[in-house]
Design a binder for this molecule. Structure first.
Ligand SMILES: C[S@@+](CC[C@H](N)C(=O)[O-])C[C@H]1O[C@@H](n2cnc3c(N)ncnc32)[C@H](O)[C@@H]1O
Length: 419
């Protein structure tokens, strides 16, 4: 390859110490690719600005941020954390050091998905919006760290069909940015109202949408974790079995149920279905907002969601970041669990109310047993097996038009006044 003429004098020299082997391998690759010198080869690599994901060999083209994002401003401080006001792109690309974060725990806005009747455009716009954040996540996350994204699904406008945007986000993060999907979780909110009413209550062609997807990702396949920190109480049948014993046998499924099954481990490993009503744990915050005429954040998650992942994936003193902080629920969970935290929010109105989570009287009322206290409820929720109410096919024939028209007898849902 002909050596290109440099427009500007190349006066700087960088010394890179290499082993004999490294030197001969790099030289061999440069020669095989037609470069006359190693420096031409390195210059070419730099121009392409390609970053190769270190662990899986998936080439990840990261867009180098074209502009410098300005750092968000400090809004307030607590014993363990900081609330920042501003664009979290500044936090991710400017404020935070590379590989400094143990957990990114967040719920990005999903209202950005414009209601369109069909097609992919809404999802495409969302992905483009998310890309600089994905770059930032990769930049700041430690190799042992995790990203947890709670993301609600969305309905296509005027249709009983769902947008694919949250699945496309997951695929983009894994395929374009080299994240690993550690395990998807599903957050079932037992208090969710039956929506959208038109498809669920009126035309009766869909069921209640009561589950959010939570994508747990990491930059290597080996983020730190320990499920013993998030055990669920044993069921009554398991308690009985622990006391009365179990006959070791091979199950029809092929699973060998050995006597080890009888060991009391202090609780059972929870499933990747998180049952948590969104009515709990936000009451102090709501009261404060009402009293001070501040807007209550409309899309909060309960403190048990960040509490669960923070306990599962971080140690005391680790750094947890929520770049879409809203009312700073992640900060509250971390303050309780004694993790360092940074919550960054664009809209200052929400930060005024968020501060109530860290007032002295609130912190003093926090239970002493910090390990337990993000889980306020100890009772299980009730979830029936499918078709627990018996209805014959004849009693409820299918809507053959798939819900295109409203059933004659059906009327829009009425508000029932309490007597
Ligand atoms: C779904 S809400 C998060 C709610 C939060 N988990 C809670 O429980 O209160 C998403 C938040 O992200 C904020 N946001 C959107 N873009 C942002 C950005 N570039 N930087 C910081 N915050 C942003 C929105 O203002 C919104 O409050």
């Amino acid at each position: 390859m002909v050596r290109p003429k440099a427009a500007i004098a190349r006066s700087k020299i960088v010394n890179v110490r290499l082993t004999e082997d490294e030197h001969s391998e790099i030289l061999a690759t440069a020669t095989a690719l037609g470069f006359e010198t190693v420096s031409e080869y390195i210059r070419d690599l730099h121009e392409k600005a390609e970053i190769i994901a270190p662990t899986i060999g998936v080439p990840v083209t990261q867009s180098i941020p074209a502009k410098k994002y300005s750092a968000p401003k400090q809004y307030s401080e607590t014993s363990y954390g900081q609330i920042l006001h501003g664009d979290s792109l500044g936090l991710l690309h400017t404020t935070l050091k590379p590989k400094s974060v143990d957990l990114i725990m967040t719920s990005p806005p999903f209202g950005l998905v414009r209601k369109k009747s069909y097609g992919n455009k809404d999802a495409d716009e969302y992905l483009d919006w998310f890309r600089p954040f994905a770059d930032g996540f990769r930049r700041v996350l430690k190799d042992s760290g995790s990203v947890v994204i709670d993301i609600g699904g969305s309905w296509n406008a005027g249709m009983p069909t769902r947008s694919l945007y949250h699945f496309e986000l997951l695929i983009m993060l894994c395929q374009e940015y080299g994240f690993h999907l550690c395990e998807e979780h599903f957050w079932w909110n037992p208090a969710k109202l039956p929506t959208p009413a038109e498809w669920v209550n009126v035309r009766r062609v869909r069921v209640k949408d009561a589950v959010n997807c939570i994508w747990w990702l990491s930059t290597t396949p080996w983020p730190k974790a320990n499920n013993k920190r998030v055990l669920a109480p044993y069921s009554d049948s398991m308690k009985h079995l622990l006391v009365n014993g179990y006959k070791a046998k091979l199950r029809p499924s092929g699973h060998d149920i050995s006597t080890k099954f009888q060991t009391n481990n202090g609780g059972s490993v929870p499933p990747n279905l998180i049952a948590l009503a969104n009515t709990e744990s936000n009451s102090h915050y709501q009261e404060y907002c009402r009293k001070h005429e501040l807007p209550v954040h409309p899309a909060r998650f309960p403190v048990g969601i960040p509490g669960y992942f923070t306990k599962f994936l971080t140690d005391r003193g680790d750094l947890v970041v929520d770049p879409f902080a809203g009312s700073c629920v992640t900060g509250e969970a971390c303050e309780v669990l004694q993790r360092r935290w940074i919550c960054c929010e664009l809209d200052e109105q929400f930060l005024k109310g968020a501060q109530s989570r860290f007032l002295r009287e609130k912190v003093e009322s926090m239970p002493q047993n910090r390990a337990q206290q993000t889980a306020i409820r100890k009772k299980p929720y009730e979830l029936f097996a499918p078709c627990a109410v018996s209805v014959t096919d004849e009693e409820s024939p299918l809507f053959m038009d798939g819900g295109r028209s409203r059933p004659k007898a059906a009327s829009p849902a009425k508000t029932v006044k309490a007597s």
